[in-house]
Design a protein around this ligand. Sequence first.
Ligand SMILES: [Ca+2]
Length: 402
Amino acid sequence: MIIKNLKKNIIKYISTASVICLIFSKPVMSLNYENYEEWLNQFFLNHFQENYSPNFIKEIIKESKLNKKEFYKIDSIINKIYDKDFKNPELYFNKKSILNRLRKAIKLSKTYKSQLSKIERKFGVPQSIILSIWGIESDFGTVKLEFSALKAIVFHIYNGKRKKFYKNELNHILKIIKQDKINLKKILGSSYGAMGQPQFMPSNYIKYGYDFNNDEKVDLWNSESDTLASIANFLNSNGWEKNLTWGAEVTKNPNLPCYTEGPNNKKTIKEWNLNGINLVDGKSILNFQNSVKTSLFLPKGEYGPKFLVTNNFYILKKYNFSDFYALYVSIFADLIEGKKFFQRAWTSTIKLNQNKVLKIQSLLVQNGYDVGGLDGLIGIKTRQSLGKYQEKMKQKITCYPN
Ligand SMILES: [Ca+2]
């Protein structure tokens, strides 16, 4: 329905959309490798001469330089990620691949049992959550890290849409290199510069990297102890509450509109019970951590499983802002603990990609709704606003595009 309305409104929002295209454009396509080389030399000489020695700058320029093949490879990977169809949750939470990964997780929970127990005691974060993040970030350290994190970060300054963010990350990675504890050639990461087994950006490495095996370096590439402790330290430092679950799957009274979800509407369990919320397994919600305030979380609006989540769920979103990411970490941790997978099914809906979502977001913004930033993702604010828009337009209120 929203798509039909979009077509009707196309002329109305076309000017907004072209502004958005400027903000949210793909990485610049007119890439010139020769310009890149010249730019690279100038960039380092202009920005770092004051703080670093000529020899250090010379070495960094050498180590930052992508060869032609690497340059176009990184560019093509980034464009592919951008063009990839938006994964609806029924694809994202593929049960078969989750169960495959679960077997690995259970095996590794035994291999690293003593480290994990010590880390859980020290940081107050459950082993299952730590294992879950390790699994989703790098398939437990087995994903091949293709790029020098330094090269990737410099590439994004040259040709990205988040130059300021990457300039800040460059400052941090230079600090790490300057400490000289990790061999520069071993600082490998993703095409976005996320480093090592926990996929930390350099600023997070400096803030949350933890030397758990006491060899005086934080090695997120080769040390599983350092990796697991750093993940736990990240969550602990960002406010993870000890002995508090992430949440649980629930059923919702159909009269309660889907846009009541989200962290701006927290209630006690008793209040939710009065609103017709219950645990999906038929038990009374009143048995579920009564003292804490929770909020409803409907990742696919009315088209899928529904959850009550605690503050810890939102701490997971600090690791990665995606709702599906946080839910994946949560449900995978539950499976490691022997709990159940989603009880309710996802209903399939129309295919989406970032551009389609952006169009929906721009329509909502034009009608005065807050979508929490035009990011091409269907986050909580986009779902809430869509639900309210559907209500105003006297459409079926689903809080998810279909
Ligand atoms: Ca270490």
